[in-house]
Design a protein around this ligand. Structure first.
Ligand code: NAI
Ligand code: MG
Length: 488
């Protein structure tokens, strides 16, 4: 063995998950009223790791959206809203169990279509998606207890638009509470990641969900806009960019429809000098490199107490060199492909701005695949609050490191953002955790951990991160009308 090899130790052997479990159709239509509607126009969804075309998918027109809303309305009026709540729950439990049974198939498809590592789609996206259906199934027949003396009733047809970073999980976050509350649904997945939502239609068929209760239309922003503009939608839920969220809010202003928006973020992950550094490094890595940093609540700003900046950053850099970037279907992969060429371009542009504005860039040596969209896990030190990389959501594997001296300064800097979705605090001191958490203008605050999700826990933002909560009882409320709202 040469000296160099001895130093590098054992090489990983490739450990690819088999694709054989997934059988793709050549082309997909829209799922409307329990049937497949032939699309008038199509586009091709690809694997971002190889640029390989996967399937032709429909680009829904306003007429297709209209058909989907009509199917949802008819299902709501004819049977779903009047169904005994315990029966509604049975469908949700069935869906949850079917997702568990078919978890591997869904995980492989999610990684193929969206580029996320199989270890994440297998261990995070799928278990959490099933957990959301289980959790909300439990509430379906207990709404009177959950909201006592308020006579909770469904709103009607829910229009839902979701992003590409957690395709099936965002579908679950949206559909599970909507159905538990007795609504019917028209959902549009993101254009780069429609395939797990389309496979989900097969789960609905297996669960024998009545036709029209869930309708899926695919397409890009034009399809989304047609859904937003449709008069027949009673409640709207959107997760995606702040820019589109604002446009949706403008469009719906004054129409008296329910709206929840879950938008971008620029979370501070704050490490105090008494924090266990190795544990914090794992939390920082999870906070920003999980899912290639395509996470709205990502810990994209590291605020580190000045006295420990040097040892912490050194440990972090060492840890970065052990991250494995590559084939999303390889079980060893830590960081997969960037979701699309457009997202890669946005990351590259912001990273170039960081260098231009004078921050210092670090990227570990890393061999990237030749085809597909990739970005090396990146750390910027010497970042000023005015830098674009400290202000704008990069939505990629790029961390900006800033420092602070006192807890007061940490609070000021953490809150100095247009967003307010999440924050992380690392310290041994319980009293400091509470002191900090009270002062964070963020919907979720994690202490000595990061990116932890649970269906019982409400999730949502302040300021430009949006409004409304998903998860927990809070997540049911937007899908219900109450006596105090007036009307029948
Ligand atoms: P986007 O907001 O355009 O896409 C999200 C969803 O909205 C997709 O389903 C899209 O088809 C739909 N959409 C687009 N335009 C629409 C319109 N006018 N009306 C209705 N629906 C519309 O986000 P995009 O362009 O994919 O990503 C841009 C940036 O947004 C990212 O770089 C990231 O910073 C942020 N983002 C944040 C997400 C989050 O989870 N909060 C998720 C996705 C993106
Ligand atoms: Mg794709």
């Amino acid at each position: 063995m040469t000296e160099e090899l001895a130093f590098r130790g054992f090489e990983y052997a490739a450990a690819p998950e088999s694709r054989a479990i997934v059988s793709l159709e050549d082309a997909y239509g829209h799922y409307v009223g329990g049937r497949w509607l032939e699309p008038s126009e199509t586009y091709t969804t690809i694997s971002p790791a190889s640029e390989e075309p996967l399937a032709a998918v429909g680009q829904a027109s306003a007429a297709d959206v209209d058909a989907a809303v009509a199917a949802a309305r008819s299902a709501f009026d004819s049977e779903w809203s009047a169904l005994r709540p315990a029966e509604r729950a049975k469908y949700l439990f069935r869906i949850a169990r079917l997702l568990q049974e078919r978890a591997r198939e869904f995980a492989v498809l999610e990684s193929l279509d969206g580029g996320k590592p199989i270890k994440e789609s297998r261990d995070v996206d799928l278990p959490l998606a099933a957990a959301h259906f289980f959790y909300y199934a439990g509430w379906a027949d207990k709404l009177e207890y959950a909201f006592p003396n308020r006579r909770p009733r469904p709103r009607g047809v829910a229009g839902q638009i979701i992003p590409w970073n957690f395709p099936l999980l965002m579908l679950a976050w949206k559909i599970a509470p909507a159905l538990a509350a007795g609504n019917t649904v028209v959902l549009k997945p993101a254009e780069t990641t429609p395939l797990t939502a389309l496979l989900f239609c097969d789960v609905l068929r297996q669960a024998e969900l009545p036709p029209g209760v869930v309708n899926i239309v695919t397409g890009d922003g034009r399809t989304g806009a047609a859904l937003v503009e449709h008069d027949g939608v009673d409640k709207f839920a959107f997760t995606g960019s702040t820019e589109v969220g604002k446009a949706i809010q403008r469009e719906l202003a004054g129409k008296g429809k329910g709206l929840t928006l879950e938008l971008g973020g620029k979370a501070a992950n704050i490490v105090f000098d008494d924090a266990p550094l190795d544990q914090a490094v794992e939390g920082i890595v999870n906070g920003i490199y999980f899912n290639q940093g395509h996470v709205c609540c990502a810990g994209s700003r590291l605020l580190v107490q000045e006295s420990i900046e040097q040892p912490l950053v050194e440990k972090l850099k060492r840890r970065l060199s052990t991250l494995r970037v590559g084939d999303p279907l390889d079980k060893n992969t830590d960081v997969g492909a960037i979701n699309s060429a457009a997202q890669l371009q946005k990351i590259e542009e912001l990273v170039a701005a960081g260098e231009q504005e004078g921050a210092e860039i670090y990227q570990p040596p890393c061999r990237l695949p030749e085809r597909g969209y990739w970005f090396v896990p990146t750390v910027f030190t010497g970042v000023a609050q005015s830098h674009r990389i400290a202000q704008e959501e990069i939505f990629g594997p790029v961390l900006s490191v800033l420092t602070f001296r006192t807890p007061e300064e940490a609070v000021e800097k953490a809150n100095n953002t247009a967003y307010g979705l999440s924050a992380g605090i690392w310290t041994e001191k319980g009293s400091r955790i509470l002191w900090m958490a009270q002062r964070m203008r963020a919907g979720v605050v994690w202490a000595n951990t990061f990116n932890r999700f649970d269906p019982t826990s409400p999730f949502g933002g302040y300021k430009e991160s949006g409004f409304g909560r998903e998860g927990g009882l809070h997540g049911l409320e937007p899908y219900l009308r109450f006596d105090e709202d007036g009307g029948a």
